[in-house]
Design a protein around this ligand. Structure first.
Ligand SMILES: [Cu+2]
Length: 274
């Protein structure tokens, strides 16, 4: 028995060092909050919470027994309080991971914490745990977030905002794939992914170009729920380049300034370095 215990102990140590070795480079720390029934732990992802797409996990355990809570109905609602307004941000539906009680979540942060305070609400079976999250500014040359607006489609008197988020750029020379996510403002507190049937949307046409002139050579795949992919981009490894994205919703070209499209304002730009 003693030998087995020792082996288990050594195994545990090995696992811990393995996790430490290939674990995240994030400097964000795990934090805890409790609800009436649960203890909820925020587990940072591989990168710190940053303006743009931020994936992380959270762990839910029974407050009394410490048993993991599986099969929960879970969602997230980040809220930013600023001096002049309070708003939320686009999110993905929460999914359960293969680790009991641990759930996967993604927020697409519209802003860093420089202009206010972000509180991440995690709702589990109608109980809410809250975490103050420090969302870092994006200081890289890589565009994580860009925007287009609609001059004719107004929300509370202002042009509806469409936010485009970089998800990933993968592949190798000549055949890079760019993945991005598009959400739109419904209200300050609701930012659904653009999709047919959402916000009165009946058609979505997303186009990509590498020269802001040829919009047909790189067809875009609509993966649903606001996710888009464009393949076989002829980019060069280590060389900064621009991917231009045009967004046409219900037949209307969205523009950078809300004015009618004039050939310069009718697309947004993602700077990338493969
Ligand atoms: Cu804000």
């Amino acid at each position: 028995m003693k030998a087995i215990t020792t082996i288990k102990y050594l195994l545990a140590l090995t696992l811990i060092s393995l996790v430490a070795a290939c674990g995240s480079s994030s400097t964000d720390t795990r934090i805890l909050d409790t609800t009436d029934s649960y203890t909820v732990e925020y587990i940072p992802g591989a990168t710190d919470a940053t303006q743009g797409k931020t994936s992380f996990q959270f762990k839910v355990t029974d407050k009394t027994t410490n048993n993991p809570i599986t099969g929960a109905t879970a969602s997230i609602k980040p809220v930013m309080v600023m001096t002049d307004k309070t708003h939320s941000t686009p999110v993905e539906s929460v999914t359960e991971s293969s680790t009991p009680g641990t759930y996967n979540a993604t927020a697409y942060y519209l802003m860093s914490s420089s202009g206010g305070v972000w509180t991440l609400n995690i709702i589990i079976n109608d109980e809410t745990a809250s975490f103050v999250i420090d969302v870092a500014m994006d200081t890289t040359a890589v565009t994580t977030l860009s925007a287009l607006i609609s001059g004719s489609d107004l929300v509370m008197g202002s042009p509806r905002k469409y936010k485009l988020f970089r998800e990933s750029l993968t592949g190798s020379a000549g055949t890079y794939s760019f993945n991005f996510f598009v959400a739109a403002m419904e209200t300050m507190m609701s930012w659904p992914a653009i999709d047919i049937g959402v916000l009165g949307i009946t058609s979505v046409d997303v186009q990509v170009s590498l020269d802001a002139s040829d919009w047909i050579s790189y067809p875009v795949t609509d993966n649903g729920s606001g996710h888009f992919t464009v393949n076989d981009l002829s980019l060069s490894e280590g060389i900064q380049d621009e991917i231009y994205v045009k967004l046409i919703v219900n037949g209307e070209v969205k523009t950078t300034d809300g004015a009618d499209p004039d050939g310069n304002n009718d697309y947004t730009t993602f700077s990338v370095t493969p």
